[in-house]
Design a binder for this molecule. Structure first.
Ligand code: ADP
Ligand code: ASP
Ligand code: MG
Length: 411
């Protein structure tokens, strides 16, 4: 029998009523003859609460215990959904990550799925199981400890199961009815896309569009998983939502597909560092060792053998970065006059594969921002995206201005 993966996010399983609605949807697919693997998130708000408890308990927490705590929300929803399905007369069983087992790396709180053996489910489906309800976001390390896959990781659990089981489709049910030209919560003019190319979705996700976890898109692209994003609150239909697919399968596409943003960014400048070979390595090496995710980097023109080095990073990593730089200065590895941190910035990006063959996208982007009086602090580009760092207070305005400038509402 064909297999289907259905994933339900936090808002879709937020309470018992919603879990019952999810069970109805699953029942519809079972009735069509699918062997269904359902991946569930924790109830909305639950993971935040668990993370909060860990932070409150211990500032320098043990990552293994963090995972033990924050993975637990998914266990509850998996068990509850299995119970409701059983009430509906469906042969369902819940599975925690270690029981499958979802084998991951040991990188606690950001583990990568390495293997999902299928023999376990194959045997159970053959023996009459109709639905396997899997707790998303979690797995087991080679050392036998529980791991989690990073925030939003249930998307990745779902796609990984779809790939491992050669599922006909992987349906990601969420609280919006598909992938939009930008977050529909920022502008009402955002337009739902019927289809989006893997590359574009990958960029949008990694630049902040949290509708899919970046790693899930990477896996779907690599293993050619038919991935669909759709609402768990609307009528079911075969062509609902947004299909994430190969570029060649999209009939028409715009130069710019969408606008993404990442609100909580920071900018740090090392003022007056020596301009000599090895200085970048001396700065970014210790930052990497401290687990700081540096994103954009700019180096100013050197004068008198000295230069300023500016980079962006997530705002919650500023303290860690300052400590790493202070230590590197103390040990004499680098020398700078001052370290300035701006914690009130956001990153806004435009993404589109059409940029490969169209000139002028950057100019249009900068004009639209300047018309709104938005100052650009740092710029980076790649083949299919342009990102700018701006003051956080202008973030929504910038997203709206770019959405208008690239005519995404009507395109
Ligand atoms: P779930 O709990 O179902 O995993 P998430 O909150 O992780 O849901 O992701 C869905 C949210 O992603 C939407 O509510 C929306 O605010 C946000 N989002 C950001 N960018 C986009 C986009 N381009 N298209 C659709 N939703 C987006
Ligand atoms: N519950 C986890 C989170 O909130 C994983 C997920 O929902 O995808 O990040
Ligand atoms: Mg999510």
């Amino acid at each position: 029998m064909p297999r289907l993966v259905m994933k339900f996010g936090g808002t879709s399983v937020a309470n018992l009523d919603r879990i019952k609605r999810v069970a109805k949807r699953v029942g519809v697919e079972v009735a069509k003859g699918y062997e269904v693997i359902v991946v569930v998130s924790a109830m909305s708000g639950k993971t935040n609460e668990l993370v909060g408890w860990v932070n409150e308990t211990s500032a320098l927490y043990d990552a293994r215990e963090y995972d033990a705590v924050v993975s637990s929300g998914e266990n509850v929803t998996a068990g509850l959904l299995a119970l409701v399905l059983q009430e509906n007369g469906i042969e369902a069983r819940s599975w925690q990550g270690w029981q499958v087992p979802v084998k991951t790396s040991s990188a606690h709180s950001a583990a990568r799925i390495e293997e999902i053996p299928t023999d376990n489910f194959d045997a159970k489906f053959s023996a009459g199981m109709q639905v396997a309800v899997v707790a998303g976001f979690q797995g087991i390390s080679p050392e036998g400890r529980i791991t989690t896959l990073g925030r939003g990781g249930s998307d990745t659990t779902a796609v990984a199961f779809a790939a491992a089981h050669s599922a006909e489709r992987c349906d990601i049910y969420t609280d919006v009815d598909g992938v939009y030209t930008t977050d529909p919560r920022v502008t009402r003019k955002a337009r739902k896309l019927d289809a989006i190319a893997f590359e574009e979705m990958l960029e949008l996700a990694s630049l902040g569009a949290k509708v899919l976890q970046t790693r899930s898109v990477e896996l779907a692209m690599r293993y050619k998983v038919r991935l669909r994003v759709l609402s768990s609150f609307e009528e079911m239909s075969d062509n609902a939502g947004t299909l994430v697919c190969d570029e060649e399968d999209i009939m028409e596409s715009n130069v710019v597909a969408g606008v993404a943003f990442s609100r909580d960014e920071a900018k740090m400048t090392l003022v007056s560092v020596a301009d000599r070979p090895g200085v970048s390595a001396a700065i970014f090496g210790p930052l990497a060792d401290a687990g700081v995710n540096v994103d954009m980097i700019v180096q100013n023109i050197a004068e008198d053998g000295r230069t300023d080095m500016t980079f962006s990073l997530p705002v919650d990593q500023v303290a860690r970065a300052e400590k790493a730089m202070a230590e590197a200065k103390d040990s004499g590895d680098i020398n700078f006059h001052d370290l300035i941190a701006d914690t009130e910035v956001s990153k806004v990006s435009v993404v589109g594969i059409g940029m490969r063959s169209h000139a002028g996208v950057a100019a249009k982007m900068f004009e639209a921002l300047s018309a709104e009086g938005v100052n650009i602090k740092v710029i980076t580009t790649s083949e299919i995206k342009i990102s700018v760092l701006i003051d956080r207070k202008y973030m929504e305005l910038a997203v709206q201005a770019l959405h208008d400038a690239f005519e995404l509402e009507t395109a």
